[in-house]
Design a protein around this ligand. Structure first.
Ligand code: PLP
Length: 412
């Protein structure tokens, strides 16, 4: 008998029968409030009627046309729609299928645009699981254990993790920028450095919003040294943090922006955006893949961006995020095992710590399992697995947030 690979380790025992909005209906007959959303993917909720209709219609027209052979209208429409929300100056877009592929595309582009080899990443960053993306992932050694050698030319610098250092944010930012300056003096000279790659809020690294002053410090250094600043918005983008892009909490803008996940409500499509000048440094054929910019995924993307706008989902993410964070802080007050509650919008992390303040992965894992029993789906993250992350759909209602908080507290 054939079975699924043991390498597929499921966080819950749930098998989905069908799903709608914030809810997953299991084959076990139970209803689960889904605060995982396919790891931040089903932004408009499960099976939003407008996304379903757009995909259905597209399937009847054309499913796949390889974009380096013939172009299709959904991709042109998606590009136009993205143009309405991309930071000014990023007027050229290239499509791939997954977040990791888009991360790799951004690295290829930064290297071709600068003619330099090295990439600086930040402690706790997660950029994917392909070998090159795993090389730049420092959220934990588990993401690349056992399959070295990794890609050469990657240097890791500190991330301003104020809570874990026990410092205030300003001190953590000053420290991390100093570390970066030191790295540029000692390990990768600016003339050898193609890019800084950073998430506007760490995802797998522990749901840590990146301090605005740190993003701005990176922008300054990138400008000074002609280094490409890449923002990996794969998880934080498309309204997740209560602004359209996660980086919009700072005044810094990227040279290259990476988006995926929430952009098409579950259909696999990703993109990088840069200026036309930068993008033209990539030789034709240096980017792309057979399924890149798939027509059905692109149509779902157009519908998703339409729904995000029409239903005010960025604003809903901000308001429901405040409700969620407020409720979690109240729960924190009742349970000393919760050391920190943090996040922006509907990207909230709860860090579990022992009495001495050390990361407590065992408790986080037990609570995550207990949430499933309570009918709430959650995930862990962080280097020690000691952070529970809550990632509700952007359409989540006030009642669903209240219900989620009750179930989470019962699990704790
Ligand atoms: N970048 C970030 C910030 C992510 O959170 C992820 C996935 O979780 C990736 C890149 C990789 O995306 P994918 O799993 O689609 O390859």
């Amino acid at each position: 008998m054939t079975s699924l690979s043991p390498a597929l380790k499921q966080a819950t025992p749930v098998v989905v029968d069908h799903a709608l909005g914030s809810w997953i209906y299991g084959t076990d007959g139970r209803d689960y409030l889904d605060f995982t959303t396919g790891i931040g993917v089903t932004s408009t909720g499960h099976c939003h009627p407008k996304v379903v209709a757009a995909a259905r219609e597209q399937v009847g027209k054309i499913i796949h046309a390889q974009y380096t052979t013939v172009m299709h209208t959904p991709l042109l429409e998606l590009t136009e729609k993205l143009g309405e929300v991309l930071p000014s100056g990023l007027d050229s877009v290239f499509y791939a299928t997954s977040g990791s592929e888009a991360v790799e595309a951004s690295i290829r582009l930064a290297r071709m645009a600068t003619g330099r080899p090295n990439i600086v990443v930040f402690q706790g960053g997660f950029h994917g699981r392909t070998v090159a993306a795993a090389s730049m992932t420092t959220a934990g050694t588990r993401f690349s254990a056992g399959f070295a050698p990794l890609m050469a030319g990657v240097h890791m610098s500190a991330f301003p993790y104020a809570y874990r250092y026990g410092w205030d944010e300003d001190a953590a930012v000053a420290f991390a920028l100093q570390e970066l300056d030191y790295l540029l003096q000692t390990r990768t000279a600016p003339n050898d450095t193609a890019a800084f790659l950073i998430e506007p809020a760490l995802g797998d690294g522990g749901y840590l919003p990146t301090p605005p002053a740190f993003m701005e410090g990176l922008r300054e250094r990138a400008d000074t040294h002609g280094i490409q600043l890449i923002f990996d918005e794969v998880q934080a983008g498309v309204g997740r943090t209560g602004r359209f892009w996660g980086h919009q909490y700072s005044s810094a803008t990227p040279d290259i922006l990476i988006t995926a996940k929430g952009i098409a409500s579950g259909f696999p499509i990703s993109a990088i955006a840069a200026s036309t000048e930068t993008m033209s440094k990539a030789w034709p054929g240096s980017q792309g893949g057979t399924y890149g910019g798939n027509a059905v995924a692109a149509a779902a993307g157009v519908a998703t961006l339409g729904v995000v706008e029409e239903e005010g989902l960025v604003e809903n993410s901000r308001i429901r995020g405040e409700q969620l964070q407020g409720g979690l802080e109240a729960i924190q007050g009742r349970f000393p095992v919760i050391g920190d509650v943090r996040g922006r919008g509907l990207m909230q992390g709860i860090e579990f710590t022992g009495e001495d303040g050390t990361p407590d992965g065992a408790t986080a894992a037990a609570v995550q399992q207990a949430t499933v029993d309570q009918g709430l789906l959650t995930l862990t993250c962080g280097p020690a697995g000691n952070v529970i992350r809550l990632i509700p759909a952007l359409v989540v209602t006030a009642e669903e947030i209240s219900m989620g908080l009750e179930r989470f507290e019962a699990a704790v």
